[in-house]
Design a protein around this ligand. Structure first.
Ligand SMILES: Nc1nc2c(ncn2[C@@H]2O[C@H](COP(=O)(O)OP(=O)(O)OP(=O)(O)O)[C@@H](O)[C@H]2O)c(=O)[nH]1
Ligand SMILES: [Mg+2]
Length: 328
């Protein structure tokens, strides 16, 4: 059967023969996998390449010389929080990342298109949230690093296709992640979490809201998960309902943003400090400067319709949009 491989594939193959380090080889093989067109004629080739890749990864990970993990599977954290996309293959994760941010991630109508993490930055009002597109949860060839990525993220965005039995997709995701000791808030796995399990915040996003059948899917999700999870539906292809997602993410992340100001000066709304809900003035001071916390005596606070420069103690719990003046 013809494989119809593009010239870039052969260039990559040549590079692979010349590559010296296992890290280089891994990187090239990942690139080859994303170049190969998917059809019956290439099934075998893709299978072989996947096998070689996972063998090479195993070698790297078990070799004492290699030490740390390969950096192509990591993303530098930027912004106030990191959100990892988790979904079954072909549910629209990459198109959603592209629709929401300036990032470019390959979109295609076959399974396992995304091979590596692709970060994008989402501005939510004046807060930056890093959104990371990732391989599908069932992608065995990414297993060695994908779940670590999920473990380190602040929130998992469960991306499900509304037109393909979305509640079952959620069940599968919950189960699969539970198997890797990642439990999800607001799902059955949260109640079952034991010692050594990590519990993650989640938000549920249904895609393909533009297609017939999506309404049924939403009903199904609402009835099963609506009470305990933030359920949001959209269409990345048609640009439906995209604007509100950032705000919902911010709420699901349970963050507050506060502004600091110097006495007698105005605050700068462009530069909020972002902390998790429940943090105090003391925590804010630590974030502003490491020496500040020890000298801190009190703070003054401004908040719309609530405070106008009143004195509060260092244990005051911060709320979203508070303006704080720290006094040592
Ligand atoms: N109609 C419609 N199609 C969509 C939507 N979102 C994605 N698609 C299409 O669905 C296919 C898969 O999209 P991707 O973004 O590549 O899916 P993915 O979840 O990243 O796939 P993998 O990386 O393989 O896990 C593409 O053909 C997209 O154009 C949507 O909201 N509506
Ligand atoms: Mg993808």
């Amino acid at each position: 059967m013809p494989t119809n491989l593009p010239p870039q594939y052969f260039e990559a193959e040549k590079k692979l023969r010349e590559a010296k380090t296992p890290q280089e080889k891994i990187q090239i093989m990942e690139a080859m996998l994303s170049i190969i067109p998917h059809h019956k004629g290439t099934d075998k080739l893709i299978g072989q390449l996947r096998k070689r890749l996972s063998k090479m990864r195993e070698e790297v990970e078990t070799s004492p010389k290699a030490g740390r993990r390969d950096s192509i599977y990591q993303v530098k954290r930027e912004g106030a929080a990191q959100v990892a996309m988790a979904g079954l293959p072909n549910t629209g994760k990459s198109l959603l990342l592209k629709a929401l941010t300036n990032a470019d991630s390959k979109v295609a109508d076959y399974f396992y298109t995304t091979r590596l993490p692709v970060p994008g930055m989402l501005m939510v009002d004046n807060v930056q949230i890093q959104l990371v597109d990732l391989p599908a949860v069932m992608d065995e060839s990414a297993e060695s690093w994908l779940y670590n990525f999920f473990r380190n993220a602040d929130l998992l965005m469960l991306v499900v296709d509304l037109t393909d039995d979305p509640a079952t997709q959620v069940e599968l995701l919950v189960e699969e992640l539970k198997g890797k000791r990642i439990c999800l808030e607001g799902t059955s796995s949260e109640e079952e979490a034991g010692l050594g399990d990590i519990v993650k915040k989640v938000m549920l996003v249904g895609t393909r809201a533009d297609l017939p059948g999506a309404g049924e899917g939403l009903k199904e999700l609402q009835s099963k998960y609506g009470e305990r999870l933030n359920v949001y539906v959209l269409s990345a292809r048609e640009g439906l309902n995209l604007e509100g997602l950032g705000k919902e993410l911010f709420l699901s992340l349970q963050l507050v943003r506060v502004y600091t100001k110097a006495p007698g000066k105005k605050m700068d709304r462009r530069k909020p400090f972002v902390l998790s809900k429940g943090k105090s003035v003391k925590d804010l001071a630590r974030k502003v400067h490491k020496d500040l916390e020890g000298n801190l005596k009190f703070a003054r606070i401004w908040a719309e319709n609530k405070y106008d420069g009143q004195k509060v103690s260092v244990d005051y719990v911060l709320e979203d949009e508070d303006v704080i003046e720290l006094h040592g």
